[in-house]
Design a protein around this ligand. Structure first.
Ligand SMILES: [Zn+2]
Length: 209
């Protein structure tokens, strides 16, 4: 079971410290607005700390959910289906844990079932939950693959993530148009080159347009 980092009403308790209220978080954003040279009391900014708090709730709602739980509802009667199942190019938005800058990308998830399959929307939910946390792309990729492997125990899992990192676009080296590509191959995708290339050819077909 993934560790629950927040209670349902979203009070932060991951560090074991006291819960942070919305008012305290708003005050912190007000301080940052002053720090950049703004007047947080002017008309256009008065509601901004509150909007920021609500936006952050949305960006980071993945701490409130358990991706393993999402995958537990499986279907066992699949008439021996043991071929590749692929969720292609599902979009995600995440934030890098180094700069809290957006990571915008797509994920390809493939697996070969062993008796149990899961609704395709559940795979998309797993991507969603892990992406709505502070991330690095390498860990996001690994977490998606590892969770599917742990819960579904398939013959193999393959995950490819392609994403643009805004910490490289709007700050730092200021480079547009470059994607970071990460992958994790488990089971038959790791052991059988033909299975891996079948999956990768689908990924490449989606991104070579
Ligand atoms: Zn970053």
């Amino acid at each position: 079971m993934a560790r629950r980092l927040r209670s349902i009403n979203g009070q932060v308790n991951a560090s074991g410290g006291k819960a942070i209220s919305n008012a305290e978080a708003e005050e912190a954003f007000r301080t940052i607005l002053k720090w950049i040279g703004e007047d947080p009391n002017r008309d256009g900014l008065r509601e901004t700390p509150d909007r920021l708090v609500r936006s952050y709730r949305e960006y980071f709602c993945g701490y409130d959910e358990d991706p393993e739980q999402v995958l537990r509802k499986t279907f066992a009667e699949v008439d021996g289906y043991d071929e590749l199942i692929v969720l292609r190019g599902v979009t995600f938005e995440s934030h890098c844990e180094h700069h809290v800058a957006p990571i915008i990308g797509r994920v390809w998830v493939g697996y070969i079932p062993d008796k149990r399959v899961v609704g395709i929307s559940k795979l998309a939910r797993v991507v969603e939950i892990f992406s709505k946390r502070l991330q690095i792309q390498e860990r996001l990729t690994a977490q998606i693959a590892n969770t599917i492997e742990e819960v579904l125990k398939p013959a193999g899992v393959a995950v490819v993530v392609k994403a643009a990192h805004h910490c490289m676009i709007s700050r730092g080296v200021h480079k547009r148009g470059s994607d970071l590509v990460t992958s994790r191959m488990l089971g038959v995708f790791r052991d059988q080159p033909s299975t891996r290339s079948e999956f990768l050819s689908l990924v490449n077909a989606d991104t070579s347009e």
